[in-house]
Ligand binder design. Structure first.
Ligand code: KIV
Ligand code: ZN
Length: 505
């Protein structure tokens, strides 16, 4: 196996988080950052500090609390951006300022309204300024894949001389084709002096479904850092998926003559944690982490698998931490068996979390009889994601059917500790529940999304509900899970409202 290490720069919390449906609270970002540290990414891009007070606080908290990876903040080539980035990351033992400016003729003319010389000067001045604050400075030539080659070489050369330690070559709009993008990286290596003194990074978007292929082509041609996001989230069609890049290098390490520092066993859990936080599930046929990624349906394939696993499996699921279902727990299983199962599945829980999860497991086992690993995963991930409890759901009763107007009675405990109850009607049972909750809290809520997802097959499956609401341009995601989808809906709606009230009482 090769000694050549490709650094993984994870931008789930910046490029990923800024994409629709993926916004996270500070606590959720912190939890995700902890998981990224277990995954052993080399760099966590924690956010874009100048973009909002919330982003600044998240980057700062992650810089203060997460040990191990480099912690980066994005910044435009502007003094105020760099100051904000530095203020947020300076508490990290390994801070990095990541700055960018567009370098393609199209972006410079229409977006920036600046000449190439002005852009070059701004980049050099601001890399120098960033360097006066922070030793580790990454410079990104935005829209590099559509940038005039000579200008790209010049700006890279100049920013290296100004002190950049990492040069990032983004395929910002996902326009490149693998062979061409690999050629671009090779050309940069051949035409920029001092390039061997810095890390060459790539940041590929997935508009043509080529983000992973382009990143791998770049590695074959000399890239030493790849920017990725968990589950491939990010602007538009997303960024190169971390799990795809990492596992391609694992399975085909000899071909690439390279490997990553990623702790592969954490891949499945990291993907699940992100989906549980945002409520955005990956598609079933998603490479590496999709529900079907390790299932074999056709008879011929099943026969081959039984005879010899490698006939149809290039990667064992356990390598990414997806453990085979060894035994199914039921209502007679005790705390020790439950804890043992959590250990086997790789979950790290404290005593409090274990107790809460065990109680939920017990009540689920009463309803469902057999509790699978996927159910346990759902319970534990839900319980370890921090929740803000302003209002607390007590009971939900719903009446609905073909010949009656749906009606819901909801009881909650309010901020004064009082039990309050309301009954409301709606066009359907969920609408009735949401109307009852709105009357109880005394405000109208702007609902953006309502998503139901079954954790396992079967009509007794745990239903996971995700609700997205918005106020003042902020989106709040709430989650609920129960074998009764109506109860899960009430939990999810109230949890989104609680987050909103926590943020803006
Ligand atoms: O896609 C892009 O070019 C970016 C830069 C800020 C690196 O996200
Ligand atoms: Zn991007």
């Amino acid at each position: 196996m090769s000694d050549r290490i490709i650094k993984i720069f994870d931008t789930t919390l910046r490029d990923g988080e800024q994409s629709p449906g993926n916004s996270m609270t500070l606590d959720e970002k912190l939890q995700m950052a902890k998981q990224l540290a277990y995954l052993n990414v080399d760099i966590i891009e924690a956010g874009f500090a100048i973009s909002s007070k919330g982003d600044f606080e998240s980057v700062k908290t992650i810089a203060e609390q997460i040990k191990g990876p480099v912690i980066a903040s994005l910044a435009r080539v502007k003094k105020e951006d760099i100051d904000a980035a530095w203020e947020a990351i300076k508490y990290s033992a390994r801070p990095r300022i990541h700055m960018f400016i567009s370098t393609s003729a199209l972006h410079m003319q229409y977006k920036l309204k600046k000449s190439p010389e002005q852009v070059l000067q701004m980049a050099v001045d601001m890399v120098k300024y960033a360097k006066s604050l922070c030793e580790d400075v990454e410079f990104s030539a935005e829209d590099a894949s559509r940038t005039d080659r000579d200008f790209l070489y010049r700006i890279i050369d100049a920013t290296i001389k100004a002190g950049a330690t990492v040069i990032n070559i983004p395929d910002t709009v996902g326009y490149a084709i693998p062979e061409e993008f690999g050629g671009l990286i090779r050309a940069v290596k051949e035409n920029v002096s001092n390039i061997e003194k810095v890390d060459i990074s790539v940041h590929c978007h997935n508009d043509l479904g080529l983000a992973t292929a382009n990143s791998l082509a770049a590695i074959l041609n000399g890239a030493t850092q790849v920017e990725t996001a968990v589950n491939g989230i990010g602007e538009r069609a997303g960024n190169a998926a971390l799990e795809e890049v990492a596992m391609a290098l694992y399975v085909r390490g000899n071909y690439f003559d390279a490997k990553t520092n990623i702790n592969h066993k954490e891949i499945y859990r990291t993907s699940k944690l992100l989906s549980n936080i945002t409520g955005v599930q990956v598609q079933n046929n998603k490479a590496i982490v999709g529900f079907n990624a390790f299932l074999h349906e056709s008879g011929i394939h099943q026969d081959g698998m039984l005879k010899h696993r490698e006939t149809y499996e290039i990667l064992a699921p356990e390598v990414i931490g997806l453990m085979p279902q060894a035994l199914v727990l039921g209502k007679h299983s005790g705390r020790a068996a439950f804890k043992d199962r959590l250990d086997h599945l790789g979950f790290r829980v404290d005593e409090d979390q274990l107790q809460k999860a065990f109680e939920k497991f017990k009540s689920l086992a009463d309803e469902k009889k057999l509790v699978s690993d996927r159910d346990i995963e759902s319970i534990v991930l839900k319980d370890t994601i921090p929740v803000e409890e302003v209002f607390q759901l007590k009971t939900v009763h719903v009446e609905s059917g073909t010949d009656i107007t749906p009606e819901a009675t909801v009881s909650i405990i309010n901020t004064k500790g009082e039990l309050i109850t309301n009954t409301a009607q709606g066009t359907g049972p969920v609408d009735a529940i949401f109307n009852a909750v709105e009357s109880l809290i005394g405000r109208k809520i702007n609902l953006l999304d309502y998503i139901v997802h079954a954790v396992t097959e079967g009509t007794d499956a745990l239903g996971e509900v995700t609700v997205r609401i918005n106020e003042d341009n902020r989106v709040y995601t709430g989650r609920g899970s129960d074998t009764d989808v109506m109860v899960a809906s009430a939990q999810a709606f109230l949890s989104a409202i609680n987050k909103m009230l926590h943020d803006q009482p």
